[in-house]
Design a protein around this ligand. Structure first.
Ligand code: FAD
Length: 352
């Protein structure tokens, strides 16, 4: 679609699974809100699925002014062919100015098909989105050339301007139950909702004890752990903090830990309350995946390591001495708090 004045509104793609709205839907709304406010237009959430009716208010509570919903039994499970046909119908009918989605399997699959079908561009995995004041164009920023430069991309001639952003790269807006949204229900021809793909079963990845991107606390190890066997300290510290174990790409490449644990540009983005980086230098590609953590603690022998530039608390020293001692102290402390609570006869959970 070519640029024309009637294009309007910022759209975000919501996701539903098992008749529940996924949290990434609220994260993209947070990205979209800044853009819609700068343009002075409405912020919309687009959702496809089945039995959605009584769940849509959550999208309003998290920032949507408008909700475009297509509810059909054939759309109960995500399928690239039927979902893309329905999205093409919606985009053709309503002509959004901007359309952003999370770079989940859903977003990564559907957005390129949509962009190609409506003849526009798509910037995948953006780390920043903004509006250019003079032109009102979407500024799409993403790492390029192996993460060594940040590329700024614009789509001046075609609409919608489309981008994906990484899951967990933004916190949802605070939930506000007083917010309301207009809901636009759409029906499209039955054949558009039919897929050639038959859904059999959803199998969750259980290789991670705790999903890295859901964890409030992430303990990540790097090449400074010196040996794969020393990664037991990373797992142990993660476990006693009730967190998840992560890693740098170097540690993954050597084979000390598996790829699902990798944090960074070519791994996962995490957004925990606490990130502890141990024996990690802080290369830009690693920082791309963790620098939005609320609190960052770094342990490194090199006082000039780049990770200290983003750390709130830094410990200069040998991780192989510091971490076992830290684990010992945490365990002692939780044992003594268990003891004192047991003496008081109360129910309790671990207190660090
Ligand atoms: P090093 O850079 O080797 O750092 C090890 C650190 O440990 C050093 O700072 C050292 O001082 C410290 N140290 C040594 N011994 C100890 C000790 N006993 N106690 C405490 N500290 C110690 N990297 C990622 O992490 N994630 C990615 O997703 C990613 N994607 C990439 C994508 C591309 C296209 C490219 C080109 C690179 C990517 N990288 C990624 C690699 C990145 O550039 C770095 O090479 C990598 O992050 C370095 O890992 P590291 O910090 O564990 O190792």
């Amino acid at each position: 679609m070519t640029n024309a004045p009637e294009f309007a509104g910022v759209w975000t793609l919501a996701e539903a699974r098992d008749e529940k709205i996924s949290s990434v839907s609220f994260e993209v709304l947070a990205w979209g809100k800044d853009l819609a406010d700068k343009l002075g237009v409405k912020l919309a959430s687009v959702i496809l699925g089945h039995n959605l009716k009584d769940k849509l208010e959550e999208l309003a509570y998290h920032g949507a002014d408008l909700i475009y919903a297509v509810d059909h039994p054939n759309l109960e499970h995500f399928a690239p062919d039927s979902y893309s046909r329905v999205l093409v119908n919606l985009v053709s009918e309503f002509s959004p100015e901007i359309f952003i989605a999370s770079a989940t399997t859903y977003g990564r699959t559907i957005m390129p098909v949509l962009a190609a079908t409506v003849h526009t561009g798509l910037t995948a995995d953006c780390t920043g989105l903004d509006i250019e004041a003079e032109t009102r164009l979407l500024i799409q920023t993403r790492p390029a050339i192996g993460g060594n430069v940040m590329a700024t991309i614009k789509t001046p001639n075609h609409r919608p301007q489309m981008a994906t952003v990484r899951p967990k790269s933004r916190r949802p807006l605070p939930r506000d139950e007083s917010r309301r949204a207009d809901i636009i229900w759409r029906d499209y021809p039955e054949e558009d909702t039919r897929s050639k793909v038959r859904f059999i079963e959803f199998i969750a990845d259980e290789t991670l004890e705790m999903p890295l991107q859901e964890a409030d606390i992430v303990v990540a190890g790097g090449k400074g752990m010196r040996d794969g066997r020393n990664f037991r300290h990373i797992y142990e510290l993660a476990q006693c903090l009730n967190g998840a174990a992560g890693a740098s790409r170097s540690a993954v490449d050597i084979g000390w830990i598996t790829y699902p644990h990798q944090i960074g540009l070519s791994g996962k983005t995490v957004n925990p309350r606490l990130y502890v980086g141990i024996g990690i230098s802080g290369a830009v590609q690693h920082l791309a995946g963790m620098s939005s953590a609320d609190t960052i603690i770094a342990i490194n022998t090199d006082p000039d390591a780049s990770i200290f530039r983003v750390a709130d608390i830094g410990a200069v020293g040998d991780a192989l001495q510091i971490v076992p001692e830290l684990i010992r102290k945490i365990r002692l402390r939780s044992a003594s708090s268990e003891g004192s609570l047991a003496a008081e006869g109360g129910n309790h959970s671990d207190v660090l």
